[in-house]
Design a protein around this ligand. Structure first.
Ligand code: ADP
Ligand code: ZN
Length: 612
């Protein structure tokens, strides 16, 4: 392959001036006919890794993807670049599908997206064989390759059958791609797809443009509201909740407060779900309130925030869900509100489910890792990457712990008091009551159980209610205390509490910031977000650019980002190009888009300059 031609296509067709990260190496390897396994985080730029080689090689690139809902947008985006592309899946009527097959036969397509179940039909494989007789398959791209793993949540049995590609088309290069980072999944992909010979390209899984924050829950709705008001008044984002009921309630409440919020969960009618998803993708500034049923394959590049009102189930879940923010590389926020109640309800939920014991044990461990992350006082980027086996120097300057360092304190004695209070009261009471005992309050419940007689009654007056609540939360999150499975939320001692009670182990806990102070902390106000869009929101031209984009998107029935990404619009705003030539130098504007939209956006710039 001629590397110059790769660069030329990158420039002319995609409108980018340089490759990102491992892209160039991957493109070169696959263009020369090599197999590849690509592990790259969301937003890393995976699509280019198979699209560009497909354009460089003879024939059509066949892209296998389980995300039917996405194919249309991907094909639209390619057509915008002037690339002939199509998709085949169950959403097409028979006539259209036949027409696509004919185009394929006539060699008119450069990229074809297919659902795995369609690809694996004998008829389609035969068709491909006929095409390949003329050497006309450029490559097979297997997107979302982690779907072969039965341990993940996205397992697709049809993916297992994809080894057929290797057997029937041994000379066609295959490139498998995933954003799932862990080693077991990677091994499974290699094994299941017979990719032993493939070169592996592993990128860093850091998402430096995402700012991670974990806020202590006190009034989650109000906290969410002030987060939205101060940082995301006009942005698109996702709010995750655990239950369908809470999704409905939160969406309704946000709407009442004047936000453009929509619900999404598996209990909604499919038509409603599709409509809401469509609005989220095609309009600007829509907030999707959702269970984790929403998100797989959401390719919207300008999701500016992901907020968790409830705990995710694991670090994997947290990384994946927050990873939907900021695919375009512009600053984005991952914000979570977390409290003791979440620890209790998540543990209860996992323990009371009817999964096999083994599975429960694994899920509890995964939850514990996540709780450790929530309570950690170290750099969030570092903690996340370490979990996935990657090094990070820390001190990122883009997480709550780096921006507002958290103190730790020696809580050994307090922990002993808290634990022995659990023990003395019979290991069946909830936190509120335990704290009342420690503080020596006389409540009806304390009198009823005669708890003023206990040796722990009133021994904790040195700490305030809030602080005890923090101690219990952290002891529970840290596995010193277990939650009663029977469902009353009572606390009891775990094995790990013994060394603490015997004075053999020190306990250091984080010192929680005052809720009010934390909320207004200046460093946390998303200053980077403001910087990136600095002035943009005040500049009338920004609104004009967005309006023009929306107008063009509506005309063609595509999402606005298929016309131009925010980053491209921002560059137009900052560069104020005066000629088509200048316009063409802006990142994200290749030849096809320059021809289609160059004049329209030059006009916007000119009008703005003339104060119109
Ligand atoms: P992934 O599939 O890995 O999540 P995408 O392929 O959707 O990522 O790419 C993420 C974003 O980065 C897209 O907006 C894409 O246009 C942009 N992008 C990809 N490669 C480059 C590049 N070399 N230069 C600039 N932008 C790029
Ligand atoms: Zn950090």
């Amino acid at each position: 392959m001629n590397p110059d031609s790769a660069h030329q296509i990158l420039n002319d067709t995609f409108g980018y001036s340089a490759f990102r990260g491992a892209q160039q190496a991957i493109v070169e390897h696959v263009s020369k006919g090599g197999d590849a396994l690509v592990l790259m985080p969301t937003g890393g730029g995976k699509s280019l890794c198979y699209q560009l080689p497909a354009l460089l090689r003879d024939g059509v690139g066949i892209v296998v993807s389980p995300l039917i809902a996405l194919m249309q947008d991907q094909v639209d985006a390619l057509k915008q670049l002037g690339v002939s592309a199509a998709f085949l899946n169950s959403s097409l009527d028979a006539d259209t599908a036949r027409e696509v097959s004919r185009q394929l036969m006539r060699g008119e397509l450069k990229l074809l997206y297919v659902a795995p179940e369609r690809l694996m039909t004998e008829g389609f494989l035969n068709l491909l064989e006929r095409i390949q007789q003329e050497n006309s398959i450029a490559l097979f791209a297997i997107d979302e390759a982690h779907c072969v793993s039965q341990w993940g949540h996205d397992f697709r049995p049809e993916y297992r059958a994809l080894t057929v590609l290797h057997e029937r088309f041994p000379e066609v290069p295959r490139i498998a791609l995933t954003a799932t980072a862990d080693a077991p999944t990677r091994r499974e992909i290699v094994e299941r797809l017979s990719l032993e010979q493939a070169q592996q390209f592993v990128s860093s899984f850091d998402r430096p443009n995402i700012k991670y924050r974990v806020a202590l829950k006190n009034n989650a709705r109000q906290q969410l509201l002030s987060f939205l008001e101060t940082e995301h008044p006009d942005d698109a984002g996702i709010v995750y909740c655990l239950s369908r009921k809470k999704v409905d309630e939160t969406a309704f409440w946000l709407k009442e407060q004047g936000w453009d919020a929509l619900p999404y969960h598996a209990g909604l009618d499919a038509a409603v779900r599709n409509k809401n998803q469509r609005r989220f993708l095609r309009e600007e500034g829509v907030i999707m309130v959702a269970t984790v049923a929403f998100g797989m394959g959401i390719d919207k590049p300008n999701v500016r925030f992901v907020a968790h009102l409830d705990l995710p189930k694991s670090m994997e879940g947290y990384y994946q869900e927050t990873g939907r923010a900021g695919r375009d590389g512009l600053p984005a926020n991952a914000w979570m509100a977390y409290g003791l109640g979440d620890v209790v309800s998540m543990r209860q939920m996992l323990l009371s489910g009817d999964a096999p014991e083994e599975r429960k044990r694994v899920e509890l461990q995964k939850l514990d890792a996540l709780l450790g992350f929530c309570e950690s006082t170290e750099c969030r980027h570092q903690t996340i990457l370490r979990y996935f086996g990657e090094e990070h120097p820390g001190d990122c300057g883009q997480c709550d712990n780096c921006l507002t360092p958290v103190d730790t304190w020696n809580a050994t004695q307090a922990s002993q008091m808290a634990l022995s209070c659990v023990y003395r009261t019979g290991q069946r009471f909830g936190v509120a009551h335990l704290i009342d005992v420690l503080l020596g309050k006389t409540t009806p419940k304390i009198e009823q159980f005669n708890h003023q007689q206990l040796s722990t009654f009133g021994i904790g007056k040195e700490l305030a209610q809030q602080q005890w609540s923090s101690v219990y939360r952290q002891l529970t999150a840290g596995g010193f205390i277990e939650v009663d499975i029977e469902g009353y939320g009572g606390l009891r001692l775990a094995e790990a509490s013994r060394p603490v009670l015997r004075g053999e182990q020190e306990v250091w806990l984080r010192r929680d910031a005052e809720p009010a102070k934390r909320r207004t902390s200046k460093a946390e106000r998303g200053s980077r977000l403001r910087e990136a869009f600095e002035g943009a929101n005040e500049d009338p031209m920004w609104l004009e650019l967005k309006a023009k984009r929306m107008e063009l998107a509506r005309e063609q029935g595509v999402p606005p980002y298929v016309i131009f990404h925010d980053s491209t619009l921002l560059e137009i705003l900052n560069q104020r190009p005066k000629t088509l030539d200048e316009m063409g130098r802006i990142s994200g504007i290749g030849q096809a888009k320059l021809v289609k939209y160059g004049d329209a956006f030059l006009q916007v710039v000119e009008d703005a300059a003339n104060g119109r």
